[in-house]
Design a protein around this ligand. Sequence first.
Ligand code: SF4
Length: 124
Amino acid sequence: MAETKKFICVACPVGCALTATVRGTEVLQLEGNICPRGVSYASDEMANPLRTFTSTVRVTGGVLPVCPVRSRTPLPLAKVFDVTREVAEASLSAPVTIGQVIIENVCGTGTDIVASRSLGVRSI
Ligand code: SF4
């Protein structure tokens, strides 16, 4: 049985409001997209929704107490809570270098959690 799903396409900053007619994970019809990337986004959103994960990790001895981190590539939405728990338990020691791998293959997603910025050592 077909049903209607509504999404905001986040493939670019325009943020088109999409209305999809779907059956299971198949997109039968799509309205609201102003370019073909919206079709890909809606299909991915139904079959395997992905999100770029962002958070912070505690830092010992740094100029700031936490370092912003992100997933190197988008990871499955279904794994976000597991990833949140694993990242919450992580900690770092300064210095931190932008792009430094914080957690490799986080929760078996095939992507890494990496530092989003460099962080120097706190001077006494
Ligand atoms: S449908 Fe195209 S224009 Fe609209 S938000 Fe998605 S990528 Fe951007």
